[in-house]
Design a protein around this ligand. Structure first.
Ligand SMILES: [Zn+2]
Ligand SMILES: [Zn+2]
Length: 76
């Protein structure tokens, strides 16, 4: 995920509002208001899904997944 706007270089956070085209050109909401399509490729701009999970959340889920896989392999 890009963390700055392509046009104005404003910082974009993963759980904030942002707009992207299919090439992942990324724009802030302020620039999106002035754009109908992506100025780089002419493609459609859609709202970017928010990233609500962080590295901590992913790490917290990993041990359970590994434990399940190990137990299956040993036939428990
Ligand atoms: Zn911008
Ligand atoms: Zn584009």
């Amino acid at each position: 995920m890009k963390n700055t706007c392509e046009l104005c270089a404003e910082a974009l956070v993963g759980d904030g509002e942002a707009w992207i085209c299919s090439y992942e050109c990324t724009y802030c909401t302020g620039c999106h208001r002035a754009l109908d399509v992506c100025p780089n490729c002419g493609g459609e701009l859609v709202a970017r899904p928010r990233r609500t999970t962080g590295a901590a959340a992913i790490a917290a889920r990993t041990p359970a997944r590994i434990a399940r896989r190990l137990s299956r392999r040993r036939g428990w």
